[in-house]
Design a protein around this ligand. Structure first.
Ligand code: LLP
Length: 390
């Protein structure tokens, strides 16, 4: 596991801060690119997971494209060196301004999520005298094994064009002169660890693609979205996610036609394990019921995943680990300073006796950590530090 370590005799910088292990990021990127490369698959990194410029630079250098979900992310990708032709733009609510900007930037394709959106993109492309590429995001109605807030491909969810509407979408595309359909897009959810969910997606895609082909539509690209999960719990788990198993699942289940390219949009699996949130214990206390709390200087403003999804992140007491004298352990709840009862990182975990000033690390927070930070309680955004000292 990547580790921020306390070096005796040196001071820990002002907490809270995010710390990123760039070597692990590079190792992860190399594995992902090598495994995808075996089958000619292409990865677009989902910027929504983390947009630290240093991290984007590594990802861009590794040859990945960019998957964006707002005009701001499109601009961020362009500013961080991604070629417009390597950028795709998804999202259920793209505003006119964002669409206009992306057309002007000359991105590779829009992943379109409704019939109305197709009309709007067509109209805005016409104004710029352009014909733009679009992939239809189809809701495949596959239920993955993950938290309901991060499941996106079920018939009742807001994402994508429903399979009941594909006829109408095709008819609409025949009318529109400024949109060229280049493929299909799918995304069933995030933090999915059972490969069977992806196999099921691939099999659904085979049926859907066949239907489109039977209507004479040439599908140049199939975009399988993202969603590969990581191990949040096991301290000894290999930190590089199982890209080999993930891409092999598609190789074994997805039918790919001659000349067709397959795209993926991975976020979490690329950046989660290389990041950790470093925080200090401000106070310790014991409730009337006997529960021990360690109150930290990071809270849900720095990392909202536990409060929002009851997500589990491993926490370590770095000061206790560095101490020569072993400390007794007990059951502790680790909570932030925010005025919300949900601002708790972990409840009743076996933890070394904690003291004011102890430095803790909250692991596997490189994805959907700093990017989801807020200024609630007027708190400033925590800075980022990198393993090379910057
Ligand atoms: N493509 C689309 C269309 C998506 O909606 C997402 C994530 C991805 C790709 C990237 O998925 P990934 O490979 O990272 O699983 N904030 C939540 C996760 C939300 C994911 C939203 N969509 C969390 O902290 O768990």
């Amino acid at each position: 596991m990547p580790k921020y370590t306390i070096v005796p005799g040196t001071e820990v910088p002002q907490t809270p801060f995010y710390y990123y292990d760039l070597d692990l990021l590079r190792r992860t990127l190399k594995t992902a690119a090598d495994e995808a490369g075996k089958y000619g698959y292409r990865i677009h990194y989902a910027l929504k997971a983390n947009v630290e410029p240093r991290i984007l630079a590594e990802i861009q250098r590794a040859g990945l494209g960019a998957d964006c979900v707002s005009g701001y992310e499109v601009r961020c990708a362009v500013e961080n060196g991604f070629a417009p032709q390597q950028i795709v733009f998804a999202g259920v609510g793209k505003s006119d301004r964002e669409i206009e900007y992306a057309i002007r930037a000359g991105i590779f394709a829009f992943n379109c999520e409704s019939l109305q959106e197709l009309e709007v993109i067509d109209e805005l492309a016409a104004k710029q005298g352009k014909v733009v590429n679009a992939a239809l995001r189809i809701n495949p109605n596959v239920q993955p094994d993950t938290h309901k807030y991060i499941s996106t491909g079920q018939s009742e969810s807001k994402f994508g064009i429903s399979y009941t509407e594909v006829d109408a979408a095709l008819a609409k595309l025949h009318e529109l002169e400024h949109i060229r359909i280049v493929g299909l897009h799918f995304h069933i959810g995030s933090q999915i660890r059972k490969m069977e969910s992806f196999a099921e997606l691939a099999r659904r895609v085979n049926e859907i693609a066949e239907w489109f082909e039977s209507k004479g539509v040439e599908l140049k690209h199939l975009n399988m979205g993202g969603g590969l999960g990581i191990d949040y719990g096991d301290p000894d788990a290999e930190p590089v996610p199982d890209f080999a198993g993930y891409f092999r699942t598609f190789r074994d289940n997805l039918r790919v036609r001659e000349g067709q390219t397959v795209h993926f949009e991975l976020g979490r699996s690329i950046v989660a394990q290389c990041g950790e949130l470093i925080t200090r214990v401000l106070y310790t206390k014991t409730t009337a019921g006997g529960a021990h709390f360690a109150i930290t200087d990071a809270g849900m403003t720095e990392l909202i995943r536990p409060a929002l999804y009851s997500a589990h992140h491993r926490i370590e007491n770095l000061t206790a680990e560095a101490d020569r004298q072993p400390r007794p352990t007990g059951l502790y709840s680790i909570a932030g300073p925010i005025c919300e009862s949900s601002d708790v990182f972990a409840r009743d975990i076996e933890f070394p006796e904690s003291r004011r000033g102890d430095v803790l690390s909250i692991r596997s927070t490189g994805a959907y950590g700093s990017i989801m930070a807020s200024n609630y309680n007027m708190r400033p955004i925590a800075p980022s530090l990198f393993s090379d000292g910057e």
